[in-house]
Design a protein around this ligand. Structure first.
Ligand code: AMP
Ligand code: MG
Length: 395
């Protein structure tokens, strides 16, 4: 698994960058560092509602200082604080020149144009210095950062209006299988509903890619060839579903080879998902996922999502596992790393993971009850109940 992931990431280079307005930057990945346009705060600002004054004037409390007006957020005083005075000030207002501290309302008593202060205050108290969060020109977010809510907030606060992000990868999805029918049509003998196309499109959208459904082809070499030839042209990545195993109707690999796709690997020691293949044609990445829906889901999370992350330029493209404890023992597979469909119960002391329904690779409805894939490393014997295991949260 790790070797396959490495082989994928070696070939998944960041796509060219485009300008993205910050209103649409949530979820995108920075291709270049973002720099503050202004100091933040842009001026010394009050952290409290209270009275701006010169701290030295409170050195021998109690003291009573005459009030020289009030300032609110957004309307600075316009002139310095006269010596020996205090000024009413609101949170976020400019601390006037001549003042170096703010006494909170709670520690002052206003009476007839004066304010009485009971305790000495330190210079700088309750004043947010100019550029205390960041200075203009400083890097606020590194290239490769995924822009979450706090990150887009920080861009806006620092005066940034647009950023450079790798464009979203365009990904074609081609489904194979003569037995597959679209949901809603009547099923003939031996037919089932096609479900991987929709699932893969949803997975791709969740990863930040732009999916395109290229339809379903029968297990026929000519149909495969025509569809794949078209599919390989317009996309950064092609994902096929089904037809990648060892049966006589599994045509994906041979057709890809005839179209000039260089196979990088076929077969990974994971369960489910063993027959997954990966290849390249020029700079197009080609993932051939097994048709069993749970295998396709697992292979997407282990190999395709990291590739999408890398095309987007994420600094940490590999899957992000969390840790929990097994609620039941798990038998290890001797030769393959297994990914069990599981439910996670979070408690104040950690997460507990338990199997969610049937574990066979066709059981997509059982997988729909799961919210995680638990990694059971290959090996002998079993992992006892209570042992630590890592899991991938799902969708
Ligand atoms: P394959 O990988 O083509 O050998 O398919 C393995 C199993 O997955 C078979 O039982 C197929 O009927 C089923 N299957 C393949 N493709 C799909 C699909 N797109 N949606 C639902 N089931 C599928
Ligand atoms: Mg098939």
């Amino acid at each position: 698994m790790e070797e396959a992931q490495r082989l994928v990431l070696e070939r998944a280079a960041r796509l060219p960058a485009e300008r993205v307005p910050i209103e649409r930057a949530y979820g995108r990945v920075l291709a270049e560092p973002a720099e503050a346009i202004c100091d933040l705060p842009p001026f010394p600002s009050s952290a409290m509602d209270g009275y701006a004054l010169c701290a030295a004037d409170t050195a021998a409390p109690p003291v009573t200082l005459p009030l020289a007006g009030r300032v609110a957020a957004g309307t600075p005083a316009g002139e310095p604080l006269p010596a020996g005075h205090a000024m009413g000030i609101a949170t976020g207002a400019v601390v006037p020149d001549g003042a170096d501290a703010v006494v909170p309302l709670e520690l002052a008593v206003e009476e007839g144009g004066n304010v009485r202060i009971e305790e000495a205050i330190a210079p700088g108290a309750n004043v947010r210095p100019r550029a205390g969060d960041v200075a203009a020109g400083a890097t606020i977010l590194a290239a490769g950062t995924v822009l979450g809510p706090a990150q887009v907030g920080s861009l806006a606060a620092a005066g940034v209006t647009e950023v450079q992000c790798a464009r979203r990868p365009r990904v074609g999805i081609l489904v194979t299988g003569s037995e597959l029918r679209p949901p809603g049509s009547p099923l003939g003998p031996g037919e089932i509903y096609e479900s991987n196309g929709l699932m893969l499109a949803a997975l791709l959208a969740s990863a930040g890619a732009v999916p395109a459904q290229l339809g379903t082809v029968a297990d026929d070499p000519d149909e495969h060839r025509t569809a794949m030839e078209r599919a390989l042209l317009g996309f950064d990545m092609l994902i096929t579903s089904g037809g990648v195993s060892v049966g006589p109707h599994d045509l994906v690999r041979s057709v890809q080879a005839s179209l000039g796709v260089t196979e990088v690997f076929w077969g990974v020691a994971v369960k489910p998902g063993k027959p997954v293949a990966f290849g390249v044609r020029r700079d197009h990445l080609v993932f051939s996922l097994p048709g069993n829906p749970v295998s396709a889901l697992v292979c997407f999370e282990l190999f395709v999502r990291p590739a999408v992350n890398a095309l987007l330029g994420a600094s940490d493209p590999l899957p992000t596992f969390a840790w929990g404890r097994l609620a039941e023992p798990a038998l290890r597979n001797g030769s393959r790393d297994e990914f069990l469909r599981a439910r996670v119960v979070r408690t104040p002391t950690g997460a507990s993971v338990s199997r969610a329904g049937g574990q066979e690779s066709h059981m997509i409805v059982a997988a729909g009850q799961a919210d995680a894939l638990v990694h059971v490393p290959r090996g002998d014997g079993e992992l006892p109940a209570g042992s630590e295991a890592r899991y991938l949260p799902l969708g």
